[in-house]
Design a protein around this ligand. Structure first.
Ligand code: GAL
Length: 343
């Protein structure tokens, strides 16, 4: 294995963006750019050995910078998902964030981690480390935050994403990767067979903010404990699946299988593992019509996300697992996307 670095493009203010490509002996090939620490492409073989690019994205920076970009492949932070009314308090001090999703704050704000140029270094022959210092007050969040994400590819076809962060003032933090997958390489994802290892999900109001209730999935369209095609009951799930599932985790922080997906025609499979308590299954309901890689046009429900994370709006939900990070503590999180071939 080896990592190849090349120029990808420039941001609108002239910063250089680099691409890092690594592949393994099984033909899996991954490209990541340091704009938004974004996964641009993942090529994975079918049961017949055909490679297809299984994530949505763009060929160049124009796409990533466009208003059409729905966080394709990016790292969302500081707080992935929503914070109600863009407000939270720590030790009695209230912090206020930009309302960039109706009245709520979404994915870290107007210039979230998805829109920052990270510094990047190659580590060994199969990993890239992305580094970002987010200054105190960035997008309204307290504390200088030092973030590190390491992307590595193993010979077991696992893309491992390791997150580490530290702060110099108490803050909140919830990082995720926002890749949109399509294991067929294009088109609707309705035939993908999804399994999610969760008995409960966080019920939300009509602005997608949790009410605090964790509801059993049993007997509802939300139930993916046994494998089911995504399209079968999606019409019953409001605007489509866009919910945080509470992963059945034996111990807090234990690396757990959150979801498994099979695309029956190609045989490609995806396993999603995480140390986080939640996974947002987002069915790509609001993609719209986006001109993407290689002349493809992506539409609603052409890609789905499995965003491993803490629950939405945790800073305002004292009963949810905490997203606070204090000086002296280390935030650490691992997410693994493992590509395979089903029977
Ligand atoms: C998801 C979120 C969706 C939508 C999307 C971006 O993470 O759950 O509601 O905002 O990001 O378009």
């Amino acid at each position: 294995m080896s990592v190849v670095k090349e120029v990808f493009g420039k941001t609108s203010d002239g910063q250089n963006v680099e691409a890092f490509t690594f592949s393994n002996a099984n033909g899996v090939k991954i490209k990541i750019i340091n704009y938004g620490a974004t996964i641009v492409s993942i090529e994975a073989p079918s049961r017949d050995g055909q490679l297809a690019d299984v994530v949505l994205g763009f060929d160049d920076m124009d796409g990533y910078l466009s208003a059409d970009n729905p966080y394709f492949g990016a790292c969302c932070g500081r707080y992935a998902n929503r914070i109600a009314k863009g407000r939270f308090s720590i030790d009695g001090v209230e912090y206020s964030l930009a309302a960039n999703n109706g009245e709520n704050a979404l994915h870290g704000g107007l210039v979230g981690f998805d829109k920052k140029v990270w510094s990047a270094e190659i580590v060994g022959d199969s990993a890239v480390k992305m580094l970002l210092t987010s200054p105190d007050g960035d997008e309204g969040y307290p504390g200088t935050l030092k973030d590190e994400i390491t992307y590595s590819l193993t010979d077991k076809n696992e893309l491992r994403i390791g997150y580490v962060a530290e702060t110099d003032k108490k803050t909140v933090l919830n990082l995720t990767n926002h890749s949109y997958f399509n294991l067929a390489g294009g088109g609707s994802h309705y035939d993908h067979i999804m399994q999610i290892n969760a008995d409960r999900y966080t019920v939300v109001d009509d602005t997608a903010i949790p009410t605090g209730e964790l509801r059993e999935v049993a007997g509802t369209e939300m139930d993916f404990r046994t494998p089911k095609a995504i399209g079968v009951e999606i019409a019953q799930a409001g605007e489509g699946y866009d919910h945080n599932y509470c992963i059945n985790q034996l111990d807090e922080g234990e690396l757990t299988l959150a979801a498994k997906v099979v695309e029956p025609t190609s045989g490609r499979t995806l396993e999603c593992w995480t140390t986080e308590p939640g996974v947002q299954f987002y069915a790509g309901n609001f993609i719209g019509e986006v001109p993407g890689k290689g002349g493809q046009v992506y539409r609603d429900r052409h890609g789905f996300c499995l965003e491993t994370q803490h629950y939405p709006d945790s800073p305002n939900q004292p009963d949810f697992p905490s997203t606070e990070l204090a000086p002296g503590e280390t935030y650490a999180q691992t997410c693994i996307y493992k590509f395979g071939i089903g029977e």
